[in-house]
Design a protein. Sequence first.
Length: 320
Amino acid sequence: MSEETTQYHSANFPQFKRDETEKWDKDLAKTAMMFNKKEDWLTWLKNQPLKRSFSENKHNSNIFHVHIPKTGGISLKYYTYGDVQHYNNFGHHSAWRLKEWFKAEGGEEEWNNYYKFAVVRNPWDLLWSGYKYTKWGFNDFVIKSSTPNLLQPYNPQIIEQQTLLSEDHVRQQHQKNVNAVKGQRDNRSIANSFKEYVEVIFNSKQINPFSGRLIFRYDEDLGYKRYMNMPFTTYQFPYIVDYETEEILVDHVGRFENYKETIYHLAEVTGDNSIIHNYNLSTKNVSATEIHYKNMYDDDMINMVGEIYREDILRFNYDY
């Protein structure tokens, strides 16, 4: 990686909405801020706010999940904490950012006392999963709207229900449909196929060694292209290392491919066999658009992803 292409940016800076009244900072969520010096980037990052979950659920609160996107984290929270919402749910933030937040809040000892864990995933599989998620959403459109544009405001009168459903359920499904349509629009602004999508990421010249590559994409609101954040293109290793020393900050790194091992490990650490029970009772997530990632790559794409995620592949010993 040449020095000219290396910049420190705010790509994939996550926000985690805590209640219905909280407003998203849409510009921050979509636009990357550039820093030429790592020190300036770290100073900015340390001063960005974090919010602890409003949940009062403190089940197994002696363990702390560092949630890397697209690694089965939502399910893992349910198995471990008994609910997706938990006192220690901060969303997709790195261990370094969390450590700095606890330190600033006077909670350094609390952070140090946690048993911290994360799960990583084969980069070729992760990128295909992320592409599917943004392109088609995480569920089929199970409730059809007669509205020509699903981005229009929710109207319960235009929802066709095949079964009797509560209004909350209909509203939630409508939002899923809206998110799926937005994801399709975002993907089309980048590429028309998965191969083009991989090529766009590979050809990006805006690279942060601790985050990922920015995507130069068209913003429909502004009417022109700009460098913007793109979910699921970030590297995985920065979620678990100290940005200043590169020391590993978590106690356990599980693998998505051996998910069950992490479940049993956490049950042993906590002494809570309900984690195994929750896992065994659950319906495993199988995408409605399930196609194995190995069916989606040609040789050029395999090599491009190998270059994009070289650091993850080396650190976690992955291969195609």
